[in-house]
Unconditional design. Structure first.
Length: 224
């Protein structure tokens, strides 16, 4: 009433002014309460080793991937490899060897190299791979590499001038062919005598003791 009489204010104006004053007082109280000092707990010390494990290895913040390991060595199941040893060895055939074996180990497993075979071009210290073929006594030159690879040992008495003639070669000359021993060489000579000679290399398939695998090895080395 005093303000109304003193200042000439209407009741509505006085009510609005009162609301504004109350709101200003509440705002000031909240601001004062939020600005009061708080007690802060010191952070725990961080172990340097844990920090090194969690921090990024790159200084620019971009993670660097670890280098991927190289391809594993070619091995067979259970840590073994399987190789084919043929040619001028005492017991040619498939041999299972421990992983990491060398050519010398494969030759020993095949009973050793037969007398007269030239192995000067064969690296006996080379580490073998699974599925490899080792031919002892093949003609010198680049080895024939198939799906699994192979290697040829030199010489063995085969003439470098051309293929061995099935119609004129002696038992000793046929014996120098890879995978052909004295018995099989005699079978070839007997077939030649009984049938009047060889007209083509395909007739080798009819000789006792020559299968598809051995015929494939001999075909490029012989002729009628």
């Amino acid at each position: 009433m005093w303000l109304q009489l003193r200042c000439g204010l209407e009741p509505k104006t006085l009510a609005a002014l009162a609301v504004v004053l109350v709101a200003a007082g509440v705002f000031a109280a909240v601001h004062f309460w939020s600005a009061r000092p708080h007690s802060v707990r010191a952070p725990d010390p961080v172990d340097e080793a844990a920090h090194a494990r969690t921090s990024s290895p790159a200084s620019d913040g971009v993670g660097v991937p670890e280098p991927s390991p190289g391809p594993p060595p070619a091995t067979g199941p259970s840590g073994h490899i399987v190789v084919d040893v043929s040619g001028k060895v005492r017991r040619p055939g498939i041999r299972q060897l421990p992983s990491g074996s060398r050519v010398a180990d494969a030759l020993r497993a095949a009973g050793g190299v037969r007398a007269g075979a030239d192995i000067t071009g064969l690296n006996r210290a080379r580490v073998l791979m699974d599925g490899e073929q080792i031919v002892v006594g093949a003609p010198p030159g680049p080895s024939t590499v198939g799906g699994t690879g192979g290697v040829a040992a030199g010489g063995g008495g085969i003439s470098a001038a051309g293929p061995v003639s099935l119609n004129t070669a002696t038992v000793e000359q046929l014996d120098t062919l890879p995978g052909v021993g004295p018995v099989l060489a005699q079978h070839i000579v007997d077939y030649r005598t009984q049938h009047g000679g060889f007209r083509s290399n395909d007739e080798l398939r009819e000789v006792n003791g020559i299968g598809d695998r051995r015929f494939a090895d001999l075909q490029p080395l012989v002729g009628p």
